[in-house]
Design a protein around this ligand. Structure first.
Ligand code: DC
Length: 221
């Protein structure tokens, strides 16, 4: 069973996806990490991020792997480095390049195939583009100020002020939602959950309920 979980930054996708995967014995793929690793490949190759063909060459030459929550670039664990503000900003720019997305999406599909399609896949375009046939599509939303406050609690925020995080999130959301290729938007058949006023456990419970519904698993009410 493939469960697609999409939504903007800071909405809690990773936590929800990880917990749902754990609870149902599925593997978890953070596709944002694969774009971040692609961006780091371009940064390390010292190419101009506005030069799409140079970025594409750098990404095509890189080996990106994702194993048990660890991201590897050319065999090196870059799980921490891909979370720096520089890598975060670069990832949004690199993810807007159509040929980069083709390469990275092919990796994501191969990763899920290698696991017999038993995965929770989290990102921006999973339900719309990467796995339009997913068994379940979830789209998480939350008001921007709520997402900024949640991000401020992440270790990667590194003590940055909520207002600063808010501004950076809005900028990235705008770029991710208005880009030409695979913009962030819910699939028509996605189950949309506004998590603004929900505790995490309630969100996870709702996603698990939906997963049980599509898999025909009986629920104890
Ligand atoms: O989820 P994240 O913040 O780690 O994602 C990093 C960047 O990658 C973000 O700017 C959006 C982009 N991304 C994307 O375009 N498509 C995905 N499926 C996942 C992430």
């Amino acid at each position: 069973m493939v469960i697609a979980i999409d939504g903007p930054g800071g909405v809690g996708k990773s936590t929800v996806a990880r917990r749902v995967a754990f609870s149902r014995g599925l593997e978890y793929l953070d596709t944002g990490a694969t774009y971040r690793a692609a961006a780091l490949a371009a940064v390390r190759a010292e190419v101009d991020l506005d030069d799409s063909s140079a970025v594409v060459s750098a990404v095509a030459a890189a080996t990106i792997e994702y194993r048990r929550g660890i991201t590897l670039l050319d065999g090196e664990d870059v799980s921490t480095e891909i979370r720096t503000p520089q890598a975060t900003a670069a990832s949004s720019a690199v993810a807007a390049i159509a040929e980069v997305r083709e390469i990275v999406v092919a990796m994501q599909r191969a990763w899920v195939d290698a696991r017999d399609g038993k995965a929770v896949v989290e990102g921006r375009d999973i339900g719309t583009v990467v796995f339009p046939e997913a068994d379940l599509k979830i789209f998480l939303t939350a008001r921007p100020e709520v997402r900024a406050a949640r991000r401020a609690g992440d270790p990667e925020a590194d003590g940055a002020a909520v207002t600063e995080i808010h501004a950076a999130l809005e900028q990235r959301d705008h770029a991710d939602s208005t880009r030409e290729v695979s913009p962030l938007r819910p699939a028509p058949d996605a189950y949309v959950i506004d998590t603004s006023d929900m505790p995490l456990d309630a969100v996870i419970g709702e996603v698990l309920g939906q997963a049980d519904r599509v898999s025909g698993r009986p629920r104890l009410l």
